[in-house]
Design a protein around this ligand. Structure first.
Ligand code: ZN
Length: 199
């Protein structure tokens, strides 16, 4: 059996490093790319390059941003005393789609997962504690996904903030257990937010 030419092998290797991409899919994607014309391929690779070069994490909340501070944290109409804690940047956009949330966010960039060796020290928690200690925060909404790891993370944070005089709430039920927030429709997510309960 002949191996693919080295250039294609390299491409297959890079694709197979992506989440959810097995070897067969990596081969299919590699062939797809090679069969495109050069202009299309350059557009694709340039969009990856410029996203990586131009985006960073907002220094305040951890959202993607082209500047030091993201458009949500810069917006003076947003209620800075209400913080919705989410596990991934994509969850910020899930809540933004509901158009009903007017507070700000704090992105953890992960969840605690003892099985995968991910402890609380790897999460963006320091910034949250700093905010709680230095600003007038009225409410923290713990909006991690309703999975075991998401729940464990929320419990950890609620204990961490337990002694502070802040209202801590959790999204209401109605979100299917075990689901990722990004797949929950806007109406369900909006209602889960409206009917949030004390943690
Ligand atoms: Zn921000």
């Amino acid at each position: 059996m002949n191996d693919y030419p080295k250039y294609i092998q390299d491409l297959i290797l890079e694709f197979s490093k992506l989440p959810g991409i097995g070897y067969k899919t990596a081969v299919r994607l590699s062939m797809h790319i090679i069969n495109k014309n050069l202009e299309e391929v350059l557009n694709f690779s340039n969009s990856i390059k410029s996203a990586k070069e131009n985006l960073k994490y907002c220094g305040v909340c951890g959202n993607f941003s082209e500047d030091e501070t993201c458009f949500i944290c810069k917006d003076s109409s947003r209620d800075k005393s209400l913080i919705c804690v989410v596990q991934d940047v994509k969850d910020v956009y899930a809540f933004e789609k509901t158009r009903s949330y007017m507070g700000v966010y704090h992105v953890l960039h992960g969840v605690i997962s003892p099985n995968r060796g991910i402890g609380p020290e790897t999460l963006n928690l320091e910034g949250l504690i700093k905010k709680v200690n230095s600003q007038n925060i009225k409410e923290i909404i713990l909006a991690t996904s309703p999975t075991l790891e998401g729940e464990a993370t929320s419990i950890y944070i609620s204990k961490l903030l337990g002694e502070k005089n802040i209202k801590i709430t959790r999204l209401a039920y109605g979100i299917p257990l075990g689901s990722d927030l990004e797949y929950v429709d806007e109406i369900t997510l909006s209602r889960a937010l409206d009917f949030r309960r004390d943690f």
